[in-house]
Design a protein around this ligand. Structure first.
Ligand code: C2E
Ligand code: CA
Ligand code: CA
Length: 398
């Protein structure tokens, strides 16, 4: 590991034991090159530092502190509106740790790891591996500003691209996923990774969801007229599922564009735990009863996934692209993949493999009995007008 790699970290360590604070400080600075490290021996002190230093972006917290326990501390951290990463350090029973982890998730805290005491130097490797990855993937390019998203909504400068999905049984073209882009006056086409998160902070995401739905259904009509009976998948933010009117809105749009409910699949993500699980379930059940399909997206990217599989009316699981792209350390991944596949089969859920970039990945997805595949090896996301000629070439070559 290079020593400069983590210089962007600004750490706060919270533990009532001085030897532990000193041990962690030494490991972070000597092994990973972290230079900005603050320490707190009480929850009070920690909150003071959190409130007065907006630059803090990594928090190591002990669950058993005198006076304030770990749960109360997490509550306060949430109240302080801390947005950085959290690592829990604890010596308490694993059962207690898991309920605290769940709580952290419910508070939408960015909990990335739990270290079980006694701590060992190597325990920190997994934390830093994750930090390295997330830095690369989510901080590659800065997020757009809210006004840029509002302007794009006003100027109608969103575009929808469609990425084909094919059956792994007979290689047939079966559906497309709608993926939105923002056509920026200065930057050109901007990837959703740079504006969806920001849009999800407010009702702006609703405008985007509605826009993508309308465009997709209108295009479905066109493709249908040309003789294509393909499914259309649209990404839905967890935020939208919190509105009681969401299911009705989708039903109305299907009627307006005259699209059969069975042709629409809504992709929901698993990584943000819904604020109101009852409202989410209400919307999904109503949509599902009409025949609309529901897919659980990015499956396997984070933990705590199995529960939602069993609780929600899910028709498809989309295996996160990391399964097929990052082959290193694949034994553990494959094990997880097989467990997920077995469970999905039991629940009659179909599996879509994402991130199929080459023939080996396509073979792996076929061998593991995935039902559908999507990825650059098959097609990149395309403008609506290019779908027809792609489909033509695909059919000729298979
Ligand atoms: P996602 O739903 O997981 O979509 C798949 C992403 O993987 C797309 O990125 C797609 O271009 C990319 N991809 C497809 N095949 C491959 C491959 O073989 N290799 C690799 N490395 N990547 C591949 P994109 O279009 O940049 O979208 C990123 C994310 O933005 C989407 O991830 C989705 O979560 C979100 N998003 C896109 N459109 C919408 C939307 O209309 N509404 C909402 N709420 N989210 C959206
Ligand atoms: Ca998706
Ligand atoms: Ca995905």
């Amino acid at each position: 590991m290079t020593n400069k790699k983590f210089s962007w970290l600004n750490v706060l360590l919270v533990d009532d034991s001085l030897p532990i604070l000193n041990f962690v400080t030494t490991v972070l600075s000597e092994k990973y090159g972290v230079s900005q490290i603050a320490q707190a021996t009480s929850a009070e002190e920690a909150l003071d530092l959190l409130n007065n230093n907006q630059q803090l972006n990594l928090l190591f917290v002990d669950l058993n502190m005198p006076k304030v326990d770990g749960v109360q501390l997490l509550e306060k951290v949430k109240e302080a509106n801390y947005q950085g990463y959290i690592v829990i350090m604890s010596g308490v029973a694993t059962r207690i740790i898991s309920s605290v982890e769940l709580l952290a998730q419910q508070y939408k805290l960015n909990h990335i790891a739990t270290l079980v005491k006694p701590l060992h130097e190597n325990d920190f490797d997994s934390v830093f591996a994750k930090l390295g990855q997330s830095r690369e993937s989510t901080h590659a390019e800065p997020s757009l500003k809210t006004y840029e998203i509002i302007r794009a909504i006003k100027d109608k400068s969103f575009k929808v691209y469609y990425q084909p999905q094919v059956s792994l049984i007979d290689r047939k073209f079966v559906s497309v996923e709608a993926l939105c882009r923002l056509d920026h006056p200065r930057l050109g086409l901007v990837s959703p990774d740079r504006f969806i998160d920001k849009a999800e902070e407010s009702e702006l995401i609703q405008h985007i969801t509605t826009f993508v739905l309308k465009k997709s259904l209108a295009n479905w009509r066109r493709w249908h007229k040309m003789g294509f009976d393909i499914g259309i998948c649209v990404n839905v933010s967890p935020y939208s599922l919190q509105f009681s009117s969401f299911a009705d809105e989708v039903t109305e749009l299907l009627a307006t564009y005259d699209v059969p409910a069975e042709m629409l699949c809504l992709e929901i993500t698993e990584n943000i735990l819904a604020n109101d699980q009852a409202q989410e379930l209400n919307n999904l059940s109503r949509l599902s009863m009409q025949g609309i399909k529901i897919a659980l997206d990015d499956f396997g990217k984070k933990h705590a996934t199995i529960d939602r599989l069993q609780r929600l009316p899910i028709n498809y699981v989309k295996l996160d692209k990391s399964y097929f792209i990052e082959h290193e350390g694949s034994n553990k991944q494959l094990e997880l993949l097989n467990t997920s596949l077995a469970l999905a089969e039991k629940l009659h859920i179909s599996i879509c493999a994402e991130g199929i970039e080459n023939r080996e990945a396509m073979n792996l997805a076929t061998e593991t009995n995935c039902d559908l595949a999507q990825g650059y090896f098959i097609a990149k996301p395309l403008p609506a007008k290019d779908i027809l000629s792609w489909a033509h070439t695909w059919t000729q070559n298979t």
